[in-house]
Design a protein around this ligand. Sequence first.
Ligand SMILES: *Cc1c(COP(=O)(O)O)cnc(C)c1O
Length: 381
Amino acid sequence: MTDGFATRAIHAGQTPDPVTGSIVPPIHQTSTFLQDGVGNLREGYEYGRSGNPTRTALEVQVAALELGAHASAFASGLAAEDALLRAVLAPGDRVVLGDDAYGGTHRLLARIHVPAGIVLDTVDLTDEAAVTEAFSTPVQLLWLETPTNPLMKIVDIEALAARAHAAGATVVVDNTFASPALQQPLTLGADVVVHSATKYLGGHSDVIGGVVVTSDDRIAEQVAFLQFAAGAVLAPMEAFLLTRGIKTLAVRMRQHSANATAIAEQLLAHPSIERVFYPGLPDHPGHEVAARQMRGFGGMVSVAVRGGRAEALRLAEGTRLFSLAESLGGVESLIGHPDSMTHASVRGTPLAVPENVVRFSVGIEELDDLQADIAEALDRI
Ligand SMILES: *Cc1c(COP(=O)(O)O)cnc(C)c1O
């Protein structure tokens, strides 16, 4: 029987050290490994780029959380994405990307993979006609996020994966926003999951990392080869920090979701807020699908502020506990203005974000304090 999620988060890959009994496996801060004779390796480890036990511990842990067979950890989320794209694509292949995808993913595809011969189409994956049209020409890869960043659109993973598979495409889900605590795309038909582990997996805003998870042996082998051959590996200390953060993922995501739900309702009731984007709200167009495929609606909330850019900037610059910063998913609350920060690189493209949108990464501080902070900032815009 498979252990439950929170149990896997704490125990998968985390065997106590057989030599000393250290409950927490040691951090193997080393570049190379002793050979007892030429090619005679103790545990298969030879050199730190090809493998490191601390990195393996993280890879086993994340694979267990996503219910995948294999995981490879990289120096950043984008390094993980790049390795995956190289692993699965050949020149001439066509990629369909959700139109509300992470700006860096769009930049990676548009500026690095398109010049290398990949064809890229961005599509609103919540628009039935657009999806039908997108699958009417051959497609090799479907790349989706749900909830999306920053407009929190919800994509039905199971339905989209089935259509993509019928068209012969590989399905990748960027599961950074939900984390495996809330959603496990491989169980819904996705072929591959990618993470910016920098966000909820790490959870403490102190590490940059990325992970590719899949149960497809061929893709896993290619990704592992690129990890070794191109070398964008995750360092041992970062692997340790991620492993440590992940142990509290289940309890953190419960609190992120609870705080964000209350804050979404608070924002909805405020006259300075034109619209709230949060899949936990019953009138969110993706609410039903989210309720079906997620176990909680997550910690990300976006709003459209009444007025325009100036009002949005005043809100983003006006909070005390919500720090103005890029990134998300840490225990501490953050606030940002996507059009001038995280999504500046997609301005003028189909992925551009309206300039009155403000994004909250709701942390796990005391809810009353967070709500008072938001109320004060709103009163000042
Ligand atoms: C941050 C982020 C990435 C990129 O990850 P890095 O660790 O910054 O390289 C990819 N996808 C999503 C959804 C993200 O939020």
